[in-house]
Design a protein around this ligand. Structure first.
Ligand code: GRF
Length: 189
């Protein structure tokens, strides 16, 4: 059995799709959900699926490396960042080489980097008059939204689209593809 830890800061709709995708799998399971926000919706989703949770604080995460012992305790093979807003520290990248994947709601390298998350991304895509947007799933490194790209897919946009309708189109792609791409990454190990 291969074990996934999901790191998320928000509502957790991607986490829910990933958990549901692997429920009943004989090969992959979500064993831990980590968040930096004690009231994050993703923690409620984890509890509803009887998945252990772990709350991180800045000092622990960037100084004490205590997360490594938590990940080791759960025998985590792959870390999935599903709306995790903190930079991944170098020690974690080194401990999990090409074993941390992130999803970004735009077609990197465009519309990525510090501050480009959530509605900010879709507002920038709209402001740039783009005819398409989409998702990027990539290996995480020590910069925001950098790292080798694993998968991208697009959705077409029209002038009528607003940042909100773009967000809806992109989130639908995330929900459809992120679990499948994670499964492929796990199988390619
Ligand atoms: C998604 O838009 C994802 O692309 C970004 O953070 C958001 C997470 O949404 N990284 P949710 O918490 O999974 O609903």
């Amino acid at each position: 059995m291969k074990n996934i830890a999901i790191f998320a800061s928000g509502g957790g709709s991607n986490a829910r799709k990933i958990i549901e995708h692997f429920e009943g799998s004989h090969h992959v399971q979500v064993v831990l959900v980590v968040s930096n926000k004690k009231d994050a919706g993703v923690l409620d989703i984890a509890r509803a699926h009887h998945i252990p949770t772990h709350l991180i604080h800045r000092a622990d995460f960037y100084d004490s490396k205590e997360i490594l012992s938590v990940l080791d305790k759960h025998k985590v093979d792959l870390i999935v960042l599903a709306g995790f807003l903190w930079l991944v520290p170098g020690y974690l990248i080194e401990a999990f080489p090409r074993k941390i994947v992130n999803i970004h709601p735009a077609l990197l390298p465009l519309f990525g980097g510090k501050g480009m998350y959530g509605a900010h991304v879709h507002a920038a895509v709209k402001a740039a008059g783009m005819k398409e947007s989409g998702i990027t799933i990539h290996y995480a490194n020590e910069q925001y939204d950098a790292g080798d790209i694993i998968f991208q897919t697009t959705c077409s946009l029209s002038e009528e689209d607003t940042p909100e309708t773009i967000a809806r189109k992109v989130l639908a792609l995330e929900h459809e593809y992120f679990p499948k791409v994670i499964e492929r990454v796990m199988n390619d190990e």
